[in-house]
Design a protein around this ligand. Sequence first.
Ligand code: SF4
Ligand code: SF4
Length: 192
Amino acid sequence: MNEQSSGATTAHGGSAAAGPLDPIAEKVSACMQCGTCTGSCANAFAMDYTPRQLWRLVQLGEQDEIFRSTTFWMCSSCYYCTLRCPRGLPLTETIQALKRIAFARGTYRSKTSPVFYSTFVDNIRRYGRVREMDMMTRFFLRLKHPVAPLRFASLGVKLLRKGKISPQMPALFAKGKLDGLFRKVRELESES
Ligand code: SF4
Ligand code: SF4
């Protein structure tokens, strides 16, 4: 039996929230399902469950459904839902926690977003900032999907034309200097 299905069954047929999901369920327990978060989210159209539906799944302890969902991988951490929630719930923080748990468990339908996030953070840790060309090369190598570079090609050309990314490798200025910061974040995450 895997970790996802180890919880007790709820009246709604899902697995009861247990372990790492407890603090998350607590954070959204006051959600009144008003839908303001969904109405505020610019990415809701791309999500399989809207943010409001995700909170309901969390309240019901539907772990399997939650971790099968693409919703939190589509979240761009803009904080708009958090800003507008009439209950003042820490929604973006909660979505980030779900991403961390899903990543640690390896439970995600598509690996594109998790691999992108992980490569992005590795790049910052390695160089002190994102080196776009280096990051995208590592991203494609880790994705191991031969067609993926083609899917990003037109976006890459647009960004290059607008000067948003540079083909040159910028000078390194903080290699290894962020290790302490990353350690601290890990400590805080393990406490949350
Ligand atoms: S805005 Fe807040 S209270 Fe309303 S559905 Fe979203 S999380 Fe729940
Ligand atoms: S933080 Fe995420 S879920 Fe909230 S509005 Fe922004 S993209 Fe949507």
